[in-house]
Design a protein. Structure first.
Lengths: 260, 299
């Protein structure tokens, strides 16, 4: 028997991409959908994502942003270190905090920090950043395979899925697999406006991953962001697919792939 | 004030450092925290064989990244090969003054980087945005030589992290950063990455300033509700030709040697009783590529 699950990374208030991804995943015949955290940030109208998640029975885990908004902390705990990156992160955080309802804050606060699944005798861990830290960045070019094996071995897992960095990737290691499922919230710094989610086909013989591009009405999102007073730098990313902020955290290879 | 037994244990060995060229450097910078120079042989070069052995050991314990420092690492005759070896294990960072590169080395490193799944980071020390501001600290002619080195790295597709030790007042930081960016752009580096470092008042820097006062120490009270993962000794160790030490800053302190191999040195905690530990506490993650949020210029 084959079980197909869909995994969504950071939504970042991009309810239009979330809507499109749900519809695309349904067409692919997924048996279950999961969101790996960071429902808020970056985009407009934070409360619009929540009904889509609950109506479609999407199980969520708590990202750093969700922990911050749910507990009304002072910042997003994104893990940026540069003054400009933190400036923009704070603008986005203040907007999201001010525009998230009390009910949705309570929902975010209640989320688990990880989900362990056993499907067709395969053991999976869904987390946000890494199995050890919610806001740890695991970049493809800065994460040794032996480092991933440490988690796979320690917890007897076949696959770990995470998000947080905003760029999808997959690796087979000696002891299993790691997949960064990408994010729905913003393009992945490749000059394209679409965003990404991941499906896993799970059977007793193994786990196969597939990445799926999601096109959505990004013009509309950009217009809504403008009307909400969200910084032009964020809107530019939605339109061009190039990151304009949060760049200083990128390792050499990921930084060189962008245009800033 | 209580400084006794402020012990920090390693949570996990994330960053493994190598004092690859010992204390040998072609420059004699006035603020160097281990007084490296052309004739300082207190610490010797590490052999490629020894580094390979440590890399294999590190893979078994799940190290996340590798850093190479000196002295000037590119004085080591096998530095290019060592970096290429390392890129088979994980991401590598080399801290260099960028004044001794040979085109052939950079060509090989660029090719190896292109083939590797991992990033190779160059951290280039430059302590001012002009000869006038840099050379009094790093030596005559060093600005021109280093900026040429930066240009060569950029032309090979690398995006070096320019690290500047802050020897100016905080109030001037923004203006200094702007000038740095402008000058680097003029030299072909379109979107420069810049990291500011605090001075460590030990080694040569102790002579330039007055070192640490007895009150500049980390106390147990200061660690209440403090995120100790900000301290280098919480997630790093460094290999030298004398053994495995607690961190890259304190290698000249005899008590910094924690063991003969990574496993032994990882099991040992460290008493953060040094003045430099106070700077590490104040600024956080000063040795990592990505600065903590409270390093100079980041808050």
């Amino acid at each position: 028997m084959n079980v197909r699950i869909g995994l969504f990374g950071g939504i970042y208030n991009n309810y239009l991409a979330l809507e499109a991804a749900i519809s695309q995943a349904s067409a692919l015949g997924v048996d279950a959908l999961y969101c790996l955290g960071d429902i808020g940030a970056f985009g407009p109208h934070p409360d619009r994502s929540f009904p889509l998640l609950t109506d479609n029975k999407i199980e969520c885990i708590q990202g750093n942003y969700d922990d911050s908004i749910g507990n009304e902390l002072a910042d997003c705990q994104c893990g940026y270190t540069d003054v400009r990156d933190n400036h923009f992160a704070q603008l986005s955080y203040d907007y999201t905090l001010a525009n998230t309802s009390e009910d949705n804050k309570a929902f975010l606060k209640s989320l688990p920090s990880e989900i362990e699944l056993e499907i067709e005798e395969q053991r999976l861990l869904l987390c946000h950043g890494s199995p050890r830290k919610t806001n740890e960045f695991l970049w493809e070019s800065a994460t040794p395979l032996h480092f991933l094996d440490m988690f796979l071995k320690r917890r007897n897992l076949d696959l770990i899925a995470g998000t947080h960095t905003g760029i999808k990737w997959h690796a087979k290691t000696n002891h299993g697999q790691f997949v960064n499922v990408g994010v729905l919230g913003r393009p992945e710094n490749d000059g394209n406006s679409h965003v990404w989610f991941t499906t896993l086909d799970i059977s007793r013989t193994g786990i196969q991953h597939a990445f799926h591009p999601v096109s959505y009405d990004h013009q509309r999102l950009g217009n809504e962001m403008q009307r909400e007073g969200i910084p032009d730098e964020f809107i530019e990313t939605i339109h061009t697919g190039w990151w304009t902020t949060c760049l200083e955290i990128l390792p050499q290879k990921e930084r060189a792939a962008g245009c800033y | 004030m209580s400084t006794a037994n402020v012990e920090i244990s390693l949570s996990h060995l994330d960053e493994l450092w190598f004092q690859v060229s010992g204390t040998r450097c072609n420059l004699t910078c006035q603020h160097c925290f281990i007084s490296c120079s052309p004739d300082n042989d207190n610490f010797g070069f590490l052999t490629r064989k020894k580094i390979k052995r440590s890399l294999r050991e590190s893979a078994e314990i799940g190290v996340k990244g590798y850093y190479f420092t000196g002295g000037e690492p590119f004085l080591h005759p096998e530095m290019t090969d060592i970096l290429i070896d390392t890129l088979e294990f994980g991401p590598a960072t080399v801290l260099t003054n960028a004044t001794v590169f040979k085109e052939q080395w950079l060509n090989r490193l660029s090719a190896a980087h292109h083939l590797s799944r991992y990033s190779l980071e160059f951290r280039v020390s430059l302590d001012g945005f002009s000869s006038k501001t840099n050379d009094p600290i790093r030596g005559k002619g060093t600005f021109d030589r280093a900026i040429r080195g930066v240009g060569r790295l950029v032309s090979q597709g690398f995006l070096p992290i320019i690290t500047a030790t802050q020897t100016w007042p905080d109030s001037e930081t923004q203006a200094v950063l702007e000038r740095f960016t402008e000058v680097l752009k003029q030299h072909g580096y379109a979107h420069p990455r810049i990291k500011l470092l605090p001075t460590l008042k030990i080694g040569a820097e102790k002579n330039r300033t007055n070192g640490y006062s007895i009150h500049q120490r980390v106390t147990s009270n200061m660690l209440e509700e403090f995120d100790t993962s900000q301290l280098v000794c919480e997630h790093s160790r460094i290999v030298t030709d004398r053994g495995v030490h607690v961190c890259p800053i304190l290698i000249e302190s005899p008590e910094s040697v924690l063991g003969e191999n990574l496993k032994a040195a990882s099991d040992q905690s460290f008493n953060i009783s040094h003045g430099a530990c106070f700077t590490c506490y104040q600024y956080g993650s000063i040795c990592s590529n990505v600065a903590a949020s409270n390093t100079p210029g980041s808050s």
